[in-house]
Design a protein around this ligand. Sequence first.
Ligand SMILES: [Fe+2]
Length: 308
Amino acid sequence: MLTLGIDTSNYATSLAVFSKDTGEVVCDIKKFLPVKEGQTGLRQSDALFHHIAALPEMLRELSAKADLTQVGCVGVSTRPRPVDGSYMPCFLAGVNAAAAFAAARKIPVVSTSHQQGHIAAALYATGNKALMDGPVLVFHVSGGTTDLLYCPSLDHIECVGTSGDLYAGQAVDRLGVKLGYPFPAGQYVSQLAESCTDKIRPKVSVKGTRCSLSGLENQCNKLLDQGKSREYVCRYCLLAIGETLFKMASAALEEYPGTPVVFAGGVMSSSVIAQYVKERLPQAYFVPGRFSSDNAIGVSIMAARSFL
Ligand SMILES: [Fe+2]
């Protein structure tokens, strides 16, 4: 049996097909929502419109890659997090498409959240099947979150650390947009950072498992004003995030010793951050960008796991 995953976040429209029988991803496709030059995000009404406009063609594309008549269950993210009050209209586009597909085929819909989809995809991508059953510490670091989550299981997620102000992805995107790159600018910041080899010791603000990242934006602006190269400032920004996450993880590991730490979310596709953290935290798992940035793979896995 196949499961179909649908995720319509504030950044991308994503579809995936997972085989419950082989435990493999059959195919997945993603389309970033268009953001106007110089802007750092979308209004919810615009995000919803772009999802609705993109889904028909994307479903046709998916049907060319997988036999959708074999889909026995549809997984969909209906909200950002699995907590009361968590709501974002952009997810309604996915809910709509999932309901239509499932009703036509008389198959069940598994409603889950964007956060659980991220976690499931990241745990799957580690290749360590035992992690899917927890316990595990997961960093979800993107433009909309800098959360450290303790997951005894995929259905039980406890936020044990976060940022008190700016999210890591916001700090990266604001720097990238300031340098003239289109939003989301993470890949450009990461590329520039990779070409800098300077030894950098970033200053960070972390108390236990809580961090503050608003100072990082100011530090980057100051470094640019001082005439530091774009490459240097991009590397500084990413290493500061790496050091922040390392300190947060170290604090969490005092409470949950020996727990594996998995890094997920768009910001975690940066090889500069991955290298920095892995050198200091041996039990860290970083996963490829396909499974780390927004995707519907995790949602399709959640649908398959509902049959376990
Ligand atoms: Fe996301």
